[in-house]
Write a protein that binds this ligand. Sequence first.
Ligand code: ATP
Ligand code: MG
Length: 254
Amino acid sequence: MPIIIGFAGKGGVGKTTIAGILIRYLIEELKVAPVLAVDADPNSNLNEILGVNIHTTIGEARELLKKDVPTGMTKDVWFEYKVHEAIIEGKGFDLLVMGRPEGPGCYCAANALAKRSIESLKTNYPFVVADNEAGMEHLSRLVTQDLDHLYVISDPSPRGLLTGKRILELVKELRLNIKNWHIIVNMARESEEEKVRDLAVNRGFEVTGFVREDKILEKADTEGVSIFSISRESSAISDSYSIFAKTINAVHVK
Ligand SMILES: Nc1ncnc2c1ncn2[C@@H]1O[C@H](COP(=O)(O)OP(=O)(O)OP(=O)(O)O)[C@@H](O)[C@H]1O
Ligand SMILES: [Mg+2]
């Protein structure tokens, strides 16, 4: 069975960036390629961080299913074929972009089919990393479920930590099957780490680790450079790698 890892947190806190760094970590450090990367944010941009272009999405295939299934093919077979067609191949990873979520007038049969096809696809990979949209809706829509690890990303602000706490509460309330969860505080300054740790403890949880604000990453972002080309000198990369080594290595890799 694959190890499934998801991300959550409020808008702009670094979910996609840290998901990208995790994908690089799995390929580069744990050498578990190919990794299946799933972009479950309707406003997809994981592909940019990974340095690949999107040609089609699962949402588009789901729309086509409403009208265009060729005769002589069952919907299941056709959709599975479309899912394979939607895979974007990168170096060490495959990327699947979910695209638009089911809108009003949800075509539920198609969603069930999409879910089945993706579940079956996942079994071909040792690790699946899913980037999500901001907020908590993906949790209540049960997009994020049955995870081995959930990384909740927060900024160092009290409001960011409060969102982190609410996400964890919702996970419990919805009885989602999430085996391990971790809180990463991103874009923190070293001087504020102690204060943030205390604030988290007051809110009833512990910070798993900090990722510092990083000029190298900032520069790479403005230049549109992929996560794989960023120097290992980047503190965002080294801080994230230490957190992953602490949280993933020990559990899954001999
Ligand atoms: N540690 C860091 N140091 C400096 N810049 C960072 C750091 N982490 C993320 N950023 C920058 O912050 C911005 C937002 O990051 P990102 O897109 O990963 O956030 P997000 O949580 O996925 O946002 P959204 O909610 O819109 O999906 C990007 O420009 C990214 O380069
Ligand atoms: Mg994002």
